[in-house]
Design a protein around this ligand. Structure first.
Ligand code: B12
Length: 214
């Protein structure tokens, strides 16, 4: 079995104690952090998500798998953020919207943005619109990045857009959205500035939004 496949299995089964040495081995074998994330960490989470859809596992198993995934990300973080420029490309405020506690994908996006030279302020999960607003103003952020995984919570993105308008700062910040229940049509519907399906394309999008601003 390839070691990436092995990592996916460790994540799926929540075997946290096996993760760190394996990720270190993969890095030592010159496998890129991006590949370790997509072919190891994310495929493991997809596999457990699939079983959850078929009622073969339940929330505790998802939880344990997510903890194992975070364990891998801890080791990968320095690799993903190294090479960060001294002068940041711009400031991004990021968080998972109110009502939603999924954060693995959001954390990957945050790490890759940092790696690409952005200053990233991560507000965590279950973030109310007013908190996003305050932080965007305080940081004078160029970009606000919103994540949602549990479909009902994507409507909270609409609330954030409305709050930006009500506060009169909609034109001061570019808003990018992502997460499984979000797509380009939804992005257009709520009037956000951009959607990306994954972290690498999220970085590209952030770069283009910054260029459009300057
Ligand atoms: C782990 C997990 C959990 C963990 C989360 C722990 C944590 N710390 O994150 C726990 C156990 C807490 C959990 C709870 C629930 N979960 Co859950 N969970 C998952 C699971 C298995 C993995 C999610 C994940 O991390 N994926 C991997 C990451 C890397 O992918 P990602 O988040 O999509 O992120 C990528 C892109 O979407 C994108 N992206 C993400 N955010 C952003 C933001 C921007 C700006 C951009 C540009 C891009 C971007 O880039 C990322 C990286 O490339 C998924 C199934 C799956 N395969 O996704 C179900 C899943 C999301 N959960 C689901 C459900 C139903 C629930 C619960 C309602 C279960 C329950 N009955 O309680 C609760 C909801 C809790 C809440 N209110 O939020 C459903 C959602 C269905 C739906 N359509 O809404 C899923 C799809 C499972 C399923 N197949 O049914 N869950």
């Amino acid at each position: 079995m390839s070691t990436l496949k092995q990592l996916a299995e460790y994540v799926e089964n929540g075997e946290s104690q096996e993760i760190k040495p394996l990720v270190q081995k993969l890095l030592g074998d010159n496998i890129s952090a991006d590949r370790i994330v997509s072919e190891g960490v994310v495929s493991g989470l997809d596999a457990i998500g699939e079983k959850f859809s078929k009622f073969e596992v339940f929330v505790p198993e998802l939880m344990i798998a997510a903890m194992a995934a975070q364990e891998a990300l801890k080791v990968l973080r320095p690799k993903m953020t190294e090479g960060t420029l001294h002068k940041p490309m711009g400031t991004v405020v990021i968080g998972t919207v109110e009502g939603d506690v999924h954060d693995v994908g959001k954390n990957i996006v945050a790490m890759m943005l940092e790696g690409a030279g952005f200053k990233v302020i991560d507000l965590g999960v279950n973030v109310p619109a007013v908190k996003f607003l305050k932080e965007v103003q305080y940081q004078e952020a160029e970009i606000l990045a919103l994540s949602s995984l549990y479909s009902p919570t994507r409507l909270a993105m609409k609330d954030v857009m409305q709050a930006l308008k009500d506060q009169g700062i909609r034109d001061k910040v570019k808003v990018m959205v992502g997460g499984a229940p979000v797509d380009q049509a939804f992005c257009d519907l709520i009037g956000a500035d951009g959607y990306a399906p994954d972290a690498p394309r999220g970085v590209k999008l952030a770069r283009s939004l910054i260029q459009a601003k300057t």
